[in-house]
Design a protein around this ligand. Structure first.
Ligand SMILES: [Zn+2]
Length: 131
């Protein structure tokens, strides 16, 4: 492997660790409580936008790696920031997915797959314990 690219990959691993800790603090309390369709749409749109941003960042990373491969390392210093942005956005997406799950009023029975009401203690079809 190209030594410049190898260096970049080592750097990528080194900055990956801190991402998960940030996740918990970023959820927007207001949207987390959202229960209506408009709020759900908003959550899904936020995920869409974040994924679009992440795609752009992946593209940037690819360009930086390629430039390093051909000997231009002028953008290598930007890598940490790009990694941090992707980490943050992925964490935010995980939070939004959780918020979406919270808006649902049904749970799927782990025994038979029937959709049951969130408050039910047992599945009405197979009797499996819920929650
Ligand atoms: Zn069931």
């Amino acid at each position: 492997m190209d030594p410049n690219v190898k260096l970049i990959l080592e750097r990528a691993k080194a900055t990956a660790i801190y991402a998960a800790e940030k996740a918990g603090k970023m959820a927007d309390a207001a949207t987390k409580k959202a229960g209506d369709m408009a709020a759900l749409t908003k959550l899904n749109l936020q995920i869409f936008d974040l994924n679009t941003d992440i795609d752009g960042l992946y593209k940037d990373l690819g360009r930086i790696v390629y430039l390093a491969h051909v000997g231009d390392e002028s953008f290598v210093a930007d890598l940490d920031d790009k990694f941090a942005q992707i980490d943050e956005k992925l964490a935010k997406i995980a939070e939004l997915r959780e918020a979406i799950a919270d808006t649902k009023t049904t749970v799927v029975c782990p025994g038979c797959g029937k959709e049951c009401s969130k408050g039910d203690e047992f599945c009405s079809k197979c009797g499996h314990k819920l929650n």
